[in-house]
Design a protein around this ligand. Structure first.
Ligand code: NDP
Length: 479
């Protein structure tokens, strides 16, 4: 037994993670259900480092140093359960299973609890960065028991992305915390992508600009506050020309966005926790709308627009308005996502350090961005910050762009351009900063039809009005 780490599941992600371990000097045991993938890894990339290939799971496990560290990189769901069932009888006390697939965090909680009873560590680990990240340095979000991080952490930090020499990997929290944070990362990714798409649409419709021209605008934006992987690839995609037709590539793509489910999980969990993540939710629903073919077919050319037409006199000012609206809406989406992390951390006793999460998202992952430094700094200033938007840096930078945001959202509405994420983010901003919300009326209605009671602004207690009787008010607890 001499492998320091093992990987089972050698499809694109597992193969690249295994190569990453080997390239960092770790003797890496490799295994896959069908041996052909193991063989091709060795044939194609054996020279990357020191691999120990095994055909059987038993040989694979036997090739690992103790405590064994087995990375499972198979399809999430039943496949993961099947691999665990095969592994468990072969492992011993203190061994560590690292589930690096995209598991749903309740599954991770269940598996962790089951394996803990058997004396095994189960480390549900978020891995972001796709194929490329897995090979060259992903962002890694490991959960599970803190003890497991003592031996595992240094290896994962070693193979993770680095920003300013700091690894994009840290211990997240107990049981499902790692997979939870990865889920919210993906939800935020949905919001980021939708906001970029709305900005593109506004520039296209407002300015009548070509994809090439809009690509140049995004490339310019990528030099400022918005600098990020997603803005960078957007500039690239928009400037790409379709080889077959010679048209802008984006113009020959069918306008239906698909999803694999992590955005949906994020929204479902936010509903459970009662956290308003409107940016992520609108982004998820916008994908659903794009794929609602029968509804869109029934509506196109049928629903009247009665919309105005764009009359932009100052092109640069409009571009700047859209940039600021994008930035502000993005801050809202992150603020909401970090609220969700705080709420889940509270609910499940995870004690997640939000500043550290922003730090490990700075590199390797899909939402990597310069602006995450600002989020880390905000939580360093106040680790209990109740609202990211209320951090002085964000209050100022978003505040400077509020009038731009309002102009963009109102022009979009007047001219019939859908901006669900821009508009709902602005509505959230106005809602959360409102001194008084119309929720008072909702409480009154609830008391009227359901005797659900209400509280008053002028005295403590819980009250009910006899709406169908003499309309007298009684305090709860009164005889
Ligand atoms: P896939 O999700 O396509 O899974 C294929 C792998 O799972 C193969 O190794 C396959 O083995 C194995 N497998 C499937 N069913 C079983 C089973 N019942 N028993 C044993 N092994 C099984 O591979 P990816 O590399 O794309 O992704 C791996 C994991 O990483 C997934 O959970 C995914 O969600 C996650 N992930 C993927 C990212 C990406 O960009 N693709 C990014 C981040 C995470 P065999 O070869 O024998 O069929």
């Amino acid at each position: 037994a001499r492998a320091q780490i093992g990987v089972t599941g050698l499809a694109v992600m597992g193969r690249n993670l295994a190569r990453n371990f080997a390239r960092h000097g770790y003797t890496t045991a490799v295994h896959n259900r069908s041996f052909a993938k193991t063989q091709s890894l060795i044939a194609d990339h054996g020279s990357d480092g020191d691999f120990i290939p095994s055909e059987s799971m038993a040989d694979f496990v036997a090739s690992l140093e103790r405590p064994r560290k087995v990375v499972v990189m198979v399809k999430a769901g039943a496949a993961t359960d099947a691999v665990i069932a095969e592994l468990v009888p072969l492992l011993e006390q203190g061994d560590i299973i690292i589930d690096a697939g995209n598991a749903h965090f309740p599954d991770t909680r269940r598996r962790e609890a089951e394996l803990k009873e058997k004396g095994l560590h189960y480390v549900g680990t978020g891995v972001s960065g796709g194929e490329e990240g897995a090979l060259n340095g992903p962002s890694i979000m490991p959960g599970g028991a803190p003890e497991s991080y003592e031996t595992l952490g240094p290896i994962l930090e070693d193979i993770s992305a680095k920003v300013d020499g700091v690894p994009c990997c840290t211990y997240v929290g107990p049981d499902g915390a790692g997979h939870f944070v990865k889920m919210v990362h993906n939800g935020i990714e949905y919001a980021d992508m939708q906001l970029i798409a709305e900005a593109y649409d506004l520039l296209k419709q407002g300015l009548g600009a070509s994809a090439q021209e809009i690509g140049e605008i995004f490339a310019e934006w990528n030099k400022g506050d918005l600098e990020s992987f997603l803005i960078e690839i957007t500039a690239d995609v928009l400037q790409h020309v379709d080889a077959e037709t010679g048209k802008a590539f984006v113009d020959v793509i069918l306008d239906r966005a698909e999803q694999k489910g992590t955005g949906r999980w994020t929204v479902q969990n936010a509903l459970d926790l009662g956290v308003p993540i409107t940016g992520i939710a609108e982004a998820t629903f916008a994908r659903a709308l794009s794929g609602s073919v029968p509804q869109r077919t029934a509506a196109v050319g049928v629903l009247p627009a009665d919309a105005g037409t764009w009359e932009i006199t100052d092109r640069d000012a409009f571009v700047e308005d859209v940039r600021r609206a994008l930035y502000s809406s993005k801050v809202v989406a992150y603020s909401q996502g970090f609220d969700q992390i705080a709420a889940a951390s509270q609910e499940f006793g995870w004690n997640i350090d939000r500043g550290a999460m922003a730090r490990i998202w700075r590199g390797g992952c899909i939402i990597r961005a310069r602006f995450l430094n600002r989020i880390t700094e905000a939580y360093e200033r106040d680790e209990n910050l109740p609202l990211l938007l209320a951090d002085p840096y964000f209050t100022q930078t978003v505040g400077e762009g509020v009038s731009s945001w309002r102009r963009v959202v109102s022009q979009a509405a007047l001219n019939g351009v859908p901006t669900p994420a821009f508009s709902s983010s602005l509505a959230y901003y106005d809602g959360v900063r409102a001194e008084r919300l119309p929720a008072a009326l909702i409480q009154a209605q609830r008391d009227f039809f359901g005797a659900h009671t209400y509280q008053r602004v002028d005295k403590p207690g819980v009250f009910h009005t006899e709406w169908s009787g003499d309309r007298s008010e009684s305090a709860e607890g009164d005889a």
